[in-house]
Design a protein around this ligand. Structure first.
Ligand code: SAM
Ligand code: SF4
Ligand code: SF4
Length: 404
C-alpha cells in the first residue's frame, strides 16, 4: 500500500481495514484526527457492551505442521504468499501496542501464530511483555499456544524470560493418527516430551505463582480422532493439566469444513462421563471460552485431585455474548473476531512519517473497539444447516494468520 493511498489528504491520516491477500480490496477508513479524546480508563466497551480483556498476538503466519483443519498442505505449499520478514511487527512495536491495550483493560496476552516458537528470539519479546504492568501495577497474564514440537528445547528459556503458562495442542495419543493429523509425520512422543519439559520448567504457574495447569487443546474431528477422546482423558486426568476439547471450526477458507465432521461438545462430555463421571463447574472468569467439567469422586462430588476438562463449543453453543478478545496479526492488523475477513491496519500508526503518540493509538483502538458488533458464531447458529459451510461464506482470514 503506497503512502499516497494511506494519506490521501495531508491533514487526514487514515487507518485502513483490509487484508491485501484478500480478493476484495475494500477499505474502511478512520480519520484519526477526528477521534474523540478518550481517557483510557480500562472500561472500554464495544457496541454490544463487551469489554476488551484478552489480546491474542500472532507472531508468525508460518508453521512446521500442516494440520488438515488449519493449514492443509495442498493450500499451504512453499508458494503460498506468507508474509515477508519486513512486514512483521518488531518486538518493540508489539510491546508498544500491548502497553496501549493494557491501558484499555486487557489483562491477558496470548502469543500464537502459526507456530509461535518458530519466531526467532521469541524469548526477547516475552521478556519485554513480562515487564509490562497493568494500571493497577500487576503483571499481565502471559501465555502462549504451541504445537509443542519445539517445547522440549525451549521450555526453560521461555520460563526464564517470564512466560507464565502454556497451552499445547495435541489431537491424540495414537502415533499414526497424530502423524496423519499434523501431516508432516511428526511423532507424538516429541510433543509429550515437550509437555513434560514445560511442566518441569514450571510453566503452568499463574501470576500469583499458583499452579493453574498447563492446558492441552484437542481439536475433535468426527471420524478422524474421535477414538482418541477417552485415551486423552485418561492420560491427563489427575495430572493438574487441563485437557480442552475444541469443536472443529469453520475458520479460514481452506479447510473444507463440513458440519457433519463437527462432534458437538455435549457428545464429548457424555462419552467421558460414562467412564469418568463429570460435574459441571462454574467459569473462572467472565468471557472464558471453555465450559468447565470436573471429575467426580465416588460420592459424585468434584474431586480437585482428579482435575477437570474444558469444552470449547464455538459451533454448537456460541459464546459471542461475552467475547472480550481482540487479535493482532503478525503485520499489525487488528481483528475483532476470529471469523473476520478484514482487519484494521495499525501499522501506519507505528511506522508512518508523522510521530504518533501512544495516546493517539489508544484513541484509535478505542474508536475501533467501540464500533465492534461482531458475533459470527451466534449468527452462524441461526443459519439453516445447509448454509453453515465455509464454502458459502465470504473469504475469511486463515487461523494460521490471525492466531487461535
Ligand atoms: N500452532 C499453534 C498450535 O497449534 O497450538 C498455535 C496456533 S493454532 C492456529 C491455535 C489453536 O487453534 C490450536 O489449538 C489449534 O488446534 C486450533 N485450531 C486451528 N484450526 C482449527 C479449527 N479449524 N477448528 C478448531 N480449532 C482449530
Ligand atoms: Fe500449525 Fe497450529 Fe495450525 Fe497446526 S493448528 S497447522 S500446528 S498453526
Ligand atoms: Fe468472539 Fe467472533 Fe468467536 Fe463470537 S465468533 S466468540 S465474536 S471471536
Amino acid at each position: 500500500m503506497s503512502e499516497a493511498t494511506l494519506y490521501p489528504h495531508k491533514n487526514h491520516r487514515m487507518i485502513f481495514m483490509q487484508d491485501e491477500r484478500m480478493a476484495r480490496p475494500q477499505a474502511h477508513a478512520i480519520d484519526i484526527h477526528n477521534l474523540p479524546e478518550l481517557d483510557a480508563t480500562g472500561q472500554l466497551l464495544d457496541h454490544l457492551g463487551r469489554p476488551l480483556r484478552d489480546l491474542r498476538i500472532s507472531v508468525t503466519d508460518r508453521c512446521n505442521f500442516r494440520c488438515n483443519y488449519c493449514m492443509p498442505k495442498e493450500v499451504f505449499t512453499k508458494d503460498y504468499p506468507y508474509l515477508p520478514h519486513s512486514a512483521l511487527l518488531s518486538f518493540e512495536e508489539i510491546t508498544r501496542l500491548a502497553k496501549v491495550f493494557l491501558s484499555h483493560g486487557v489483562r491477558k496476552i496470548r502469543l500464537t501464530g502459526g507456530e509461535p516458537l518458530l519466531r526467532k528470539n521469541l524469548e526477547v519479546l516475552i521478556a519485554q511483555l513480562a515487564e509490562l504492568r497493568t494500571p493497577e501495577g500487576h503483571p499481565l497474564d502471559l501465555t502462549l499456544t504451541t504445537n509443542g514440537s519445539l517445547l522440549a528445547k525451549k521450555a526453560k528459556a521461555l520460563k526464564a524470560a517470564g512466560l507464565h503458562r502454556v497451552t499445547v495442542s495435541l489431537d491424540g495419543l495414537d502415533d499414526a493418527i497424530f502423524r496423519s493429523m499434523n501431516d508432516v509425520d511428526f511423532p507424538v512422543a516429541d510433543v509429550l516430551a515437550g509437555i513434560d519439559a514445560a511442566r518441569d520448567a514450571g510453566l503452568g504457574l499463574d501470576t500469583k505463582g499458583q499452579f493453574s495447569g498447563i492446558k492441552i487443546n484437542m481439536v475433535v474431528k468426527r471420524g478422524t480422532n474421535t477414538d482418541q477422546i477417552l485415551p486423552m482423558a485418561r492420560r491427563f486426568q489427575g495430572t493438574g493439566m487441563v485437557l480442552r476439547f475444541i469443536e472443529y471450526m469453520d475458520v479460514g477458507a481452506s479447510n473444507g469444513w463440513r458440519m457433519d465432521e463437527v462432534m458437538p461438545s455435549s457428545e464429548v462430555v457424555a462419552l467421558i462421563n460414562k467412564e469418568m463421571p463429570l460435574v459441571q463447574l462454574a467459569a473462572n472468569n467472565p468471557g472464558e471460552t471453555a465450559r468447565r467439567w470436573g471429575y467426580a469422586d465416588a460420592s459424585g462430588k468434584y474431586d480437585p485431585a482428579l482435575g477437570e476438562i474444558g469444552v470449547i463449543s464455538s459451533v454448537t453453543q456460541a459464546f459471542c455474548g461475552d467475547c472480550n478478545r481482540a487479535r493482532l496479526s503478525t503485520e499489525g492488523k487488528l481483528y475483532l473476531c476470529l471469523f473476520a475477513n478484514q482487519g484494521y491496519d495499525l501499522l501506519p500508526l507505528l511506522r508512518g512519517t508523522d510521530v504518533t503518540t501512544d495516546a493517539t493509538i489508544a484513541n484509535a483502538i478505542a474508536q475501533i473497539w467501540q464500533q465492534r458488533t461482531d458475533r459470527y458464531s451466534e449468527l452462524r447458529s441461526s443459519m439453516p444447516p445447509d448454509t453453515q459451510s465455509s464454502t458459502n461464506s465470504p473469504k475469511r482470514v486463515e487461523m494460521s494468520y490471525i492466531g487461535g
